[in-house]
Design a protein around this ligand. Structure first.
Ligand code: TRP
Length: 444
């Protein structure tokens, strides 16, 4: 077997993990989920989900990855519990399904960069969305996005991924701060901040059952949890790295990017009529955001900047969504990295094509991942680490960390009890809504 590459530095790992985490989830999905679910009320529940459930879950994947020292399927076996390997496989499968529709949205982003520069969406943003989100334009853009992703992954871990993300993450942060500063000057700024930041706790209490599943799903998705990607990335980590410290840094930077995106999007939406238009799902956010850029002074150029940021974020995530399945297959079956990347990339491309038939197809892929695959994977991971491999887990958490044994014990009990309960509730509500959607014919 070829020798395993490793991260050239601890920072290389953090950048790669942040590159995976920061994506369409932060800059596109987070603002529109917030807009659909009552603004600041959603924000509060989401932040709780990220820090109370997401952060401990990230430690779960890190523990398995560093201890297992191999791809996410073999990792379980090398910890001594080969019968749990299917959990790693489930994550790899979710990555494939996710990338299939993620790349289609990445293609939309490409079209919106073009549309910002040419002014094509200025007059009628809804028609523009219709013309680029379905049919041949969408398929072509999806193909371009996928081709770029394949190219980076084929170039390898240190060559492609570290270099690409080291450039993209700082660029995303700087551009978002700039756009946020511009957004403070908009007429809608005050109303936007108000909606985004001052929670009405009554709304949370009244809508608990409808806010919790999307908040939890969004927390897992944005942190790339349940996809085995953090297992894979942590397998390249050294023994002297502190898992809680690295995980904390990743969670904080990821949250910062999402919050910054809100500081751009909400003033923008309120400058041109409020959130009503943006809350309806996948496409409406594109229509509302593009519509706002289209009517503002210098909107075309600022819109282009916004969509370039979105493209960087989407690409760095797509790279990691493809990297994990590719390195699994090439390590396991001995195919070359480039061959594997191309073959799997083409397969994923084809799997994504149905989601260009219409956004309800895309919503179906999305909801299967969010409501079903993710919570099941996280639940199994929590049970595995909490109850099966718990001694190894404690060991790993303490290794290289300065947090002390009581941190490790507290974490373990949290993973044993609180995480599973939260995920079971989410799973129940999520499956229920997926099932009623299918029965009601919402998808096809
Ligand atoms: N976290 C990414 C985002 O917010 C999406 C994502 C989910 C992802 N799972 C992943 C990216 C696995 C890479 C690997 O957009």
């Amino acid at each position: 077997m070829a020798q395993r590459e490793t991260w050239t530095s601890r920072i290389g790992f953090i950048f790669a993990a942040v590159g995976s985490a920061v994506g369409l989830g932060n800059i596109w999905s987070f603002p529109f989920q917030t807009a659909s679910n009552g603004g600041a009320a959603f924000l509060v529940v989401y932040l709780a989900a990220v820090f109370l459930i997401g952060f401990p879950t990230m430690m779960i994947e890190f523990v398995i990855g560093r201890r297992g020292e191999s791809n996410p399927v073999a990792a379980f076996k090398s910890i001594g519990h080969g019968e749990w390997s299917f959990v790693g496989g489930l994550g790899v499968f979710s990555s494939l399904v996710t990338l299939a529709f993620y790349s289609v949205i990445g293609g939309w982003v490409l079209s919106y960069i073009v549309g910002s520069l040419s002014g094509a969406y200025f007059g009628d943003p809804a028609t523009y969305f219709g013309s680029v989100s379905t049919g041949n334009v969408a398929i072509a853009a999806h193909a371009v996005f996928m081709a770029i992703t394949i190219g980076v992954v084929a170039a390898g871990v240190t060559g492609g991924i570290e270099r690409a993300t080291k450039f993209m993450i700082p660029a995303i942060l700087i551009l978002l701060v700039g756009l946020g500063a511009w957004a403070t000057t908009l007429d809608g700024a005050a109303a936007g901040y108000e909606y985004y930041l001052s929670p009405d706790f009554g709304v949370i209490v009244d809508n608990f059952a409808s806010i919790v599943p999307p908040a939890m799903g969004q927390a897992f998705f944005t942190l790339s949890l349940g996809f085995s990607v953090m297992i894979a990335y942590a397998s390249y980590l050294g023994r002297d790295d502190s898992l809680p410290a690295d995980g904390g840094a990743i969670v904080v930077v990821n949250t910062l990017v999402a919050l910054l995106a809100g500081f751009v999007v909400f003033p923008l939406l309120f400058a041109t009529g409020g959130v009503e238009g943006a809350g309806g799902g996948a496409g409406t956010a594109f229509i509302a955001i593009a519509g706002a850029f289209g009517t503002l002074p210098a909107g075309g150029i600022l819109g282009a900047v916004f969509f370039v940021v979105l493209l960087f974020a989407a690409l760095s995530s797509a790279i990691s969504l493809l990297e994990v399945p590719v390195s699994f297959v090439s390590e396991n079956y001995g195919y070359g990295r480039t061959t594997t990347a191309v073959a799997m990339g083409v397969g994923i491309f084809l799997l994504g094509v149905p989601t260009t038939f219409g956004t309800s197809w895309l919503n179906f892929y999305n909801d299967v991942v969010f409501n079903l695959l993710l919570p099941i994977a996280v639940l199994l991971l929590a049970v595995f680490v909490g109850w099966v491999a718990n001694t190894e887990a404690i060991d790993e958490i303490e290794l290289g960390s300065s947090f002390g044994p009581s941190f490790a014990t507290g974490w373990l009990w949290w993973v044993r009890i609180v995480v599973p309960i939260a995920v079971i509730v989410t799973l129940y509500l999520g499956v229920d809504s997926l099932y009623s959607g299918i029965v009601a014919g919402d998808y096809f």
